[in-house]
Write a protein that binds this ligand. Sequence first.
Ligand SMILES: *Cc1c(COP(=O)(O)O)cnc(C)c1O
Length: 374
Amino acid sequence: MVDLKSQYQKIKPAIDKGIQEVLDNANFIAGKQVQEFADELAVYAGVKKVIPCANGTDALQIALMALDLQPGDEVITPSFTYFATVEVIALLKCVPVFVDVNPETFTIDAEEIEKAISPKTKAIVPVHLYGQAANMEPILALAAKNNIAVVEDNAQAIGGEYTFSNGKTFKNGSMSLISTTSFFPSKNLGCYGDGGAIFTNDEELALKLKMIANHGQRIKYYHDLIGCNSRLDTLQAAILKVKLQHLDEFCNARRAVADFYDTAFANHPKIKTPVRASYAKHVYHQYTMILADGVDREAMINALKEKGIPTMLYYPLACHKQKAFEKGARIVGDLKNTNWLSPRVISLPIHTEMDEEQLNYITKSVLEFLNKSN
Ligand SMILES: *Cc1c(COP(=O)(O)O)cnc(C)c1O
């Protein structure tokens, strides 16, 4: 699904130099590269502050901790997302409130959010799924009207953009009170281990987020808050400093792969290619298609696997159907789009190192299977 080896080969000299510097200085924790990377990422994303942390799940947890949520408070989120988005809500003894997604864009539906708001609602966590921003304008308007915080889960869409109806364009991760991202190796900006970050434009909140990520301390050994231990290590920061320089180029490479797939599958009766919302610049963390009724998804996965082509299902079981959420969550409406999508989506390989030969082979194999089956 990704080719991190080839990508590394292309940027090897700069990466190796960055790593060697850390080894030479042995500042493995809180070396200067960590703050440098945070500052560079803040400039890139168009936010005032970036707080690095250990991974994207911690980033979400720290963001919610900073909102001082109380047990029983409700947090509205899509069920059609990676489990981590929802897990941290439950971990803080809050109630995940699952709402449906738009079946075209796979992202949370603002009209459904409106139905979900209760006196207990304290936050909304939209997810920019597969690399495309959720429709933020109506979400931010609803949140402002009801005095609810918005925390963007931007683990999959760093480098992407959202354009408001007034024509103003923002980078994903810069529109909400707090945003979070992940540097898991396969993410659009991935490191060589685990990493994550929290974004905000609120300087006071930034200080609190930073304290929470560091045992609640501002001065060493003086703990004002209950926090956690969540750090981006210096080696990862050094790697990310190099990779950030290439992020736009990486996003463009992914978009070119999506263009190729879109053209190859255009108007095919058995495939719905991913929709590009007019408001978003999609950065294709995944290329996820919807298969028509009657297509045997298992058979397709196996046929492609036999030809050496990996596929993935993001995600085979929506969060509201997970055993872990048999209790403790609230479901709004019937989640009919979520339930419709889960058995029909399939993701093809997409990454920065794909060449035309690979793309021809994959598209030909997909079309061969679909044209042969029933
Ligand atoms: C990857 C991901 C996370 C979690 O990131 P980790 O770094 O793996 O903890 C959270 N939300 C979404 C939508 C993700 O894709």
